[in-house]
Design a protein around this ligand. Structure first.
Ligand code: FAD
Ligand code: SIN
Length: 514
């Protein structure tokens, strides 16, 4: 896809990434001037198009933003920024209306939307579209709006550097992966919308583009990053040797699916009062314990007796995937195991998506707004992405300006600059040493190993760029996880299994030394 040049050769804004965060920012910021979207793969490749469960919004009868806020705060284990989370939950109705205006048709019967339920939500408040193809419906609707014109798009363009002038963002350096060569695009506002980092782990629900590029770009530009020890592991990814990564939505458990061990016993009630709908970290650790006890690499999700719902009709994408793997979800249990799913941490931003570098914005999964604290409530991510992308776009359209003040206790980090020759080795290292359970010895050893990777000269390829971003991310994550000597939310240390509010009721914020 080609990009029509802006009339004066400069753009009003450049957006890196074409998921929900990138497309919404671009569409809404383009009201004020020409906007360019750079995206390293195809337009619709990313986590957004794969989202299944849906988008949380407290708009149903008897529900309220206050209840949604309470659930969000409880899931976040003491670290949720309540002012930001209030903006999130109160922004939900307008966000749903906006998505509908863009062409997203949420599922419902007659009077209004149908609400699904997911873990740690005390109410059914998750809107979905096309059953379990919510993300695909959102991505397709926005991509259609982009195709209607007004926003320039360059596919297969890998952003490699945020260009700075006088300490503020002034453009983006990018590799043209289709034609070869490098180009610099100029704009007074640059928005990072590069998604998550799940591809840093051996087992993940994330697409291959999720390589922490936004964190690496921001950190190199001098912006602060935060909360990188908090990576959420989704309990139920399909697990069978040779099968591609695939999420089995928590919404199935919301409709009555049950986790069982090899003997068919439903085990979650032994671990938490909410049983199968306990918070994700609790379910993932319980599954790990069951798998270890049985010497198995998976447990089973029984979807054969949902509460008055046909699993194939309600979850057509999951049913089709499982069928292709030889599993009929109406009749047999699905083999599942936890996998890296969502990064709560990222580039530190304020309520307008501003980072600590003037002119540099971040939104979507690459941002750390503080709304998730130490653990994200299910289906709050699409909501966060939409609410804060819209706010960033409005700020950019209004002329931008200012920056998030630096954090008083930010820690200066000097990364080694190493790049692993082998991506799989990095993924194994993080999965084994910084996965669902961690300890000091393992984290220390992993950090030493990561720092011993060679410092290889730059190569003009997507693979090298991604390995470089992954290596920096690994070093920052390991540093953060080693320092946090307690267990909280998604971060579980076997050598410090208790939450320690006296020492750790605070976020860890890092910036580049020098
Ligand atoms: P993405 O949609 O991942 O987009 C990132 C974009 O950045 C891509 O276009 C990528 O190619 C581009 N990019 C990255 N690096 C570069 C670079 N260097 N240069 C150029 N382009 C770059 N959340 C919910 O709330 N509800 C759900 O039901 C739900 N289900 C999920 C199911 C799955 C399988 C997964 C993986 C996630 C799910 N999530 C869900 C999380 C949610 O989908 C994501 O957090 C959200 O979609 C992130 O949107 P984004 O725009 O930030 O990132
Ligand atoms: C799911 O459908 O289980 C994923 C929802 C989410 O990650 O928010």
């Amino acid at each position: 896809m080609g990009a029509p040049p802006a009339a004066d050769g400069r753009y009003h804004a450049i957006v890196i990434g074409s998921g929900l965060a990138g497309l919404l920012t671009a569409l809404e910021a383009s009201a004020a001037g020409p906007v360019l979207v750079l995206t390293k793969a195809g337009l619709e490749e990313g986590a957004t198009g794969q989202a299944q469960g849906g988008i949380a919004a407290a708009i149903g009868p008897g529900d309220s933003p206050a209840q949604h806020l309470a659930d969000t705060v409880a899931a976040g284990a003491g670290l949720v920024d309540e002012a930001m989370a209030r903006i999130l939950v109160e922004g939900a109705p307008a966000c749903i209306r906006a998505l509908e205006r863009y062409g997203v048709a949420f599922d419902g019967a007659g009077a209004g939307p149908a609400f699904g339920r997911e873990g740690a939500h005390r109410r059914a408040r998750v809107l979905h579209a096309r059953g379990d193809r919510t993300g695909a419906a959102i991505e397709a609707a926005l991509a259609q709006r982009i195709a209607d014109g007004g926003v320039a798009v360059r596919e297969r363009a890998l952003a490699t550097e945020v260009v700075l002038e006088g300490g503020r963002a002034a453009g983006v350096r990018a590799l043209d992966l289709a034609e070869g060569g490098e180009r610099v695009f100029e704009a007074p506002a640059v928005a990072l919308a590069t998604g998550g980092a799940g591809a840093a782990f051996s087992h993940t629900t994330n697409p291959p583009v999720a390589t922490a590029d936004g964190i690496a770009l921001a950190f190199a530009a001098g912006a602060e990053v935060a909360d990188l020890e908090f990576c959420q592991f989704h309990p139920t990814a399909f697990r069978r040797a040779g099968a591609p990564p695939f999420l089995i939505s928590e919404a199935l458990r919301g409709e009555g699916a049950v986790l069982r061990d090899a003997a068919g016993r439903a085990f979650m009630a032994d671990h938490h009062e909410l049983a199968d709908l306990a918070p994700r970290d609790v379910v993932a650790r319980a599954m790990l314990a069951e798998m270890r006890a049985a010497g198995a690499d998976h447990v089973r999700l029984d979807c054969t007796a949902l509460d008055g719902v046909d699993p194939v009709e309600r979850f057509p994408a999951i049913a089709a995937f499982c069928r292709a793997q030889g599993v009929d979800i109406r009749r047999e249990p699905v083999p599942v195991a936890p996998a890296a799913h969502y990064l709560m941490g990222g580039v530190r931003t304020d309520d307008h998506g501003r980072t600590t570098v003037p002119g540099l914005y971040a939104c979507g999964e690459t941002a750390a707004t503080g709304v998730h604290g130490a653990n994200r409530l299910a289906s709050n991510s699409l909501l966060e992405t939409a609410v804060f992308a819209s706010r960033a776009a409005a700020h950019i359209a209004a002329g931008g300006g200012g920056a998030l003040p630096r954090h008083a206790r930010a820690i200066a980090v000097a990364p080694g600059g190493s790049v692993p020759p082998d991506r799989a080795a990095l993924q194994r290292l993080l999965w084994e040493r910084a996965g669902i359970e961690r300890d000091g010895a393992g984290l220390r050893a992993a950090l030493a190993e990561a720092r011993a990777w060679p410092v290889s000269p730059p190569e003009p390829s997507r693979d090298w760029g991604e390995r470089r971003a992954l290596a920096l991310f690994a070093e920052l994550l390991l540093t953060a996880a080693l320092a946090r000597e307690e267990s909280r939310g998604a971060h579980f240390r076997t050598d410090f299994p208790e939450r320690d509010d006296a020492r750790w009721l605070r976020r860890q914020v890092f910036r580049r030394a020098g």
